[in-house]
Design a protein around this ligand. Structure first.
Ligand SMILES: Nc1nc2c(ncn2[C@@H]2O[C@H](COP(=O)(O)OP(=O)(O)O)[C@@H](O)[C@H]2O)c(=O)[nH]1
Ligand SMILES: [Mg+2]
Length: 413
């Protein structure tokens, strides 16, 4: 596709696209309050069509939500089919978005109950306290009660409850249907985002793991948001209670890695609720072992002490090998009421999505912001030590940890 933009006096864009295998010329001209679009496969103007987006019909998820009116020329069924998305509206959105500045944000994922909505709320408060304009987006159609006020809420388009009632699906099937429906009607989201284009976006996503391992809707939605001009970082939350069981921790590492591959986005992994890390039993190692994902063979030894798990020794060894071979899963600790930990996560996210280098808010792009982001990431290992002291019990009786440290220091000597 070739584009021509910014011609005086009217801003115009011309492209050739393919519709049903036929080359189609599209010319879009921007007047002060209107867009004029010519779409032709014959090299001349045929029809003049007005397309308006109506409010989505919640009761009938499969219904079209576009009104098409022919102003000039032939008025038949083909025109009504071709005018709404994906053809004309997508080109239109591409055109109207071409002149705006980059939008930054974060997409929060993680299993149900890992603390996503709580994190979204706390992070938005934190960013607002630093004069950042934040728009909250609820993309979880099963979220009945939100701890924050959503600027954009997917439940205005579709809800899990509606789909369960109308299509006789279970909760997980309905959720997958909702995300596929959102993917097909993504221009609804684009139009909503346009209303907050000078904001920083925080997306609260559903937690069901199949959306990040077996289904491509979330991945495709993120890809299209990226193409739309959003610079996003994925924040993956994992509940730190999984650290208390070595077997569960390995499975968490594998799921985190799978999501990282699936999402294909810059990613910051967060170990949430560290204040509750030892609520379900003493951890085998200090917190930095889990956040830095250090030598996992120690985890394997801990698993093998359990007689029931012994028979899975080879399987667990192979899984650990997979994680270690890729060696790029690590976590930032977070307890929601700890401002320093929240600041650390913000610094890592701002670095990952490029906010510190290119955000529109000039007052945020100063040398202090750049340095604080860099420091937050650089000393994160060192930081885990103090978090461990603050949130875990005394290290004195952490015998496995001592063994680990002794053996490590011996290997260095
Ligand atoms: N103690 C503690 N509780 C937390 C923290 N973060 C979230 N929670 C609690 O965990 C529960 C689940 O959180 P929620 O945000 O609804 O999880 P979501 O399903 O992933 O959105 C709620 O009761 C929160 O209050 C934290 O850092 N510390
Ligand atoms: Mg939630």
């Amino acid at each position: 596709m070739e584009g021509v933009a910014g011609r005086f006096p009217v801003q115009t864009k011309a492209e050739t696209i393919e519709i049903n295998g036929k080359a189609t010329e599209v010319v879009i001209s921007k007047f002060s309050d209107k867009l004029f679009i010519i779409l032709t496969q014959y090299g001349k103007v045929g029809n003049l069509v007005e397309v308006r987006r109506d409010v989505a019909q919640k009761e009938d998820p499969s219904s079209a939500v576009y009104g098409v009116r022919v102003l000039l020329g032939r008025d038949d069924e083909e025109i009504h089919v071709a005018a709404p998305p994906p053809f004309a509206c997508n080109i239109l959105l591409d055109f109207t978005m071409s002149s705006r500045k980059t939008i930054f944000g974060q997409v929060v994922i993680g299993p149900p109950g890992s603390g996503k909505s709580t994190y979204c709320h706390a992070m938005s408060d934190f960013l607002r306290s630093q004069n950042r304009k934040v728009a909250m987006v609820n993309l979880d159609p099963g979220n009945d009660v939100l701890p924050f006020t959503a600027s954009i809420d997917v439940s205005k388009l579709i809800t899990v409850q509606d789909v369960m009632e109308n299509l006789n699906l279970g909760p997980n099937g309905a959720l997958v249907y909702c995300m596929e429906f959102l993917e097909k009607n993504l221009d609804w989201l684009f139009v909503e985002i346009e209303k907050f284009k000078d904001h920083y976006f925080i997306f609260d996503l559903p937690g069901q793991v199949e959306l990040y391992t077996h289904n491509n809707s979330v991945k495709n939605i993120m890809k299209q948001l990226e193409e739309f001009g959003l610079r996003l970082c994925c924040v993956q939350l994992v509940d730190s209670h999984y650290c208390s069981d070595p077997g569960k921790f390995i499975s968490v590492l594998l799921t985190a890695m799978t999501s990282m591959f699936q999402m294909e986005m810059p990613q910051v992994n967060v170990l949430s609720k560290v204040d509750l890390a030892e609520q379900h039993g003493r951890l085998h190692f200090g917190l930095d072992f889990y956040t830095e994902v250090l030598d996992l063979n120690y985890l394997l030894d801990a698993i093998n002490k359990d007689p029931f798990m012994k028979k899975y020794r080879q399987l667990n060894a192979a899984l650990i090998d997979v994680v270690e071979n890729y060696s790029f899963v690590s976590f930032l600790p977070l307890s929601i009421s700890d401002a320093q930990l929240l600041r650390n996560v913000r610094a890592a996210v701002d670095k990952a999505n490029g906010y510190i280098f290119g955000a529109g808010e000039e007052n945020q792009r100063n040398i202090v912001a750049l340095l604080s982001a860099a420091v937050g990431a650089q000393f994160h290992g060192e930081f885990s030590g103090t978090v461990s002291e603050k949130y875990l019990g005394s290290d004195e009786f952490r015998e496995d940890d001592e063994t680990y440290e002794n053996e490590n220091s011996m290997s260095v000597n």
